[in-house]
Design a protein around this ligand. Structure first.
Ligand SMILES: Cc1cc2nc3c(=O)[nH]c(=O)nc-3n(C[C@H](O)[C@H](O)[C@H](O)COP(=O)(O)O)c2cc1C
Length: 305
């Protein structure tokens, strides 16, 4: 199992909310425990651990794909425990996957502009557990969710801790969300830094409205939003599914821009569940706009390279 260590930089290309890279690998001779570092969780913006478990599932899927591509026969056994989701272990046969390490390296979210156009039905049909909606149907919910998010001092404080809005930030090349990943120009990055620093003072003067307005036009175009729905108890497994969906889309020239704020806010999550005819709003696990990006995105940073 020690051969896995050399592959860690590729495992680490997995996506995680706020790019916290919360995963840990603990090696023994027979197996490797997959767990998380509580200092890299998001207790305020992700209080139920939904995004944490999805990110851990995405990480497990990356590990299995990269191991298979390296000729290592490895499988995953779910075994939740304290700060642990399960174990990677030697398997009698390779993990069967159409994806490669090159696919894992090439994937990334894209928060820039998208070409107009809906996702072809035959592509959407390949994405199990996913509902598809026209972007414009969710523009109002996104605005309400952004207002809610930026109106919450705890959530903005936690977001601020993971923002790297200038290359001078000491962790700019390690983790978190950079100005380039967020597609912010120099003036916008400076404005966001200043307004978040002054958030406690400016909140009452309408700062949340100004910040929410910044994403106003995001869904005002001809495109699709995907919503992953599944049992709350299966979040790690569904993180693996999400990773496969993103790799499938990437292979077809599509990228996603997650919009978790819509399901982080009770009111907008309930409204979305209602619109989709889903009985339990907590089963809405991930929301993202999807499409063909107009330009490639900046590569996100990683602790392990
Ligand atoms: C479960 C999950 C939730 C996410 N939620 C958001 C989100 O609400 N907004 C956003 O811009 N990115 C979101 N992301 C994307 C991450 O910020 C992104 O994966 C991370 O910064 C690494 O970048 P990369 O995916 O381009 O490698 C989410 C990712 C995951 C796995």
């Amino acid at each position: 199992m020690r051969e896995l260590r050399a592959l860690e930089p590729d495992f680490w290309r997995a996506p995680s909310a706020h790019n916290t890279q919360p995963w840990t690998l603990t090696y023994t001779a027979q197996e490797v425990a997959v767990g998380w570092d509580p200092d890299r969780a998001l207790p305020i913006s992700d209080p139920t651990g939904r995004d944490l478990r999805l990110s851990l599932g995405a990480f497990v899927e990356c590990c299995l794909i990269v191991c298979a591509d390296a000729g290592l026969d490895v499988a995953f056994r779910a075994d939740p425990g304290p700060l642990r989701v399960g174990f990677l272990h030697r398997a009698p046969e390779p993990y069967r996957t159409p994806f490669t390490t090159a696919d894992v390296r090439a994937r990334g979210v894209n928060r820039g502009g998208y070409h107009p156009g809906r996702l072809p039905a035959e592509v959407a049909d390949r994405l199990t557990g996913v509902h598809r909606l026209p972007c414009r149907d969710l523009a109002g919910l996104l605005r309400a969710a952004d207002l809610h998010q930026f109106g919450d001092p705890g959530v903005t404080r936690e977001l601020r801790a993971w923002l790297r809005l200038t290359p001078r930030h000491p962790r700019y090349r390690l983790d978190g969300l950079t100005d380039r990943a967020l597609e912010l120009g120099a003036a916008q990055a400076l404005g966001l830094r200043a307004s978040l620093a002054l958030h406690p003072v400016l909140r009452r003067l309408g700062l949340p409205r100004v910040l929410a307005a910044a994403s106003g036009g995001l869904l005002d175009h001809d495109g699709d939003v995907l919503v992953l729905v599944g049992p709350v108890t299966e979040q790690v497994e569904l993180g693996r599914t999400l990773m496969r969906h993103w790799l499938t889309l990437a292979g077809l020239g599509h990228t996603t821009h997650p919009l978790s704020q819509i399901i982080d806010c009770d009111r907008t999550r309930e409204a979305l569940a209602d619109r989709l005819g889903v009985a339990d709003p907590l089963t809405l696990l991930h929301v993202a706009r999807v499409g063909r990006p107009k330009a490639p995105a900046a590569r996100s940073a990683r602790v392990r390279t």
